[in-house]
Design a protein around this ligand. Sequence first.
Ligand code: FE2
Ligand code: FE2
Length: 277
Amino acid sequence: MQFASIKHFLGKLEEWMWDYNAESERQMSVEQFYRTNHINQTYDFVKRMREDYGKLNRVEMSIWECCELLNEFVDESDPDLDEPQIEHLLQTAEAIRKDYPNEDWLHLTGLIHDLGKVLLHPSFGALPQWAVVGDTFPVGCAFDESIVHHKYFKENPDYYNSAYNTKYGVYSEGCGLNNVMMSWGHDDYMYLVAKENKSTLPSAGLFIIRYHSFYALHRAGAYEHLMNEEDVENLKWLKIFNKYDLYSKSKVRIDVEKVKPYYLSLIKKYFPEKLKW
Ligand SMILES: [Fe+2]
Ligand SMILES: [Fe+2]
């Protein structure tokens, strides 16, 4: 690289240092995020959260109203995502629609997969980020090495509990992921909402919603010993979906008003008008 003058060079240098600082600060906050997450996501914590939020006694609203509500938030755990959530949701859905035009349930799954992030909103108790976003993992059995920032589990009390720290823990071979408790966050919450409100989405759609942040499973292949046959089938769709969830975090602008009627028709097909949250 050529510099016209020493002044130009110093200007560039300052720019680089600025970028470097911003980058390392972001790294720090992601690491801090996972430390808090790994310390606090215990079997008892998850059980309590599931019972409490499973009551769905907080808000009544439609799926689209929830999309709009979510628009107020940005996901702290995700360094690449600084745009409004609704853009991410629609980008994911539209990208899938282009490649799988006949799987309308998968388009809708793309749109709603992150709606559980409303847990951050004051009407839902304004949960801290560590209890809403980030990678998820089973509790009640050993934390797999492939989980991001695994070292911080050494500060989680379950790590030393012999009921919870073996390969199977409280589970058994092939018991099915449906019987496994996952760390609490927006995935499991949105699954509960969809299921309890009697969504007619196919089992693969519900599986995607529930496990899309379970990277140890769909990227590293961990915990396969807990899966049953249905999980194996559904995992194929989750792997397809996941490419779009990541890939769509690009700057493709979406004309929300233009695509809205299509998604409203899908919501009508697979969900009741109003849902309990
Ligand atoms: Fe998500
Ligand atoms: Fe997402």
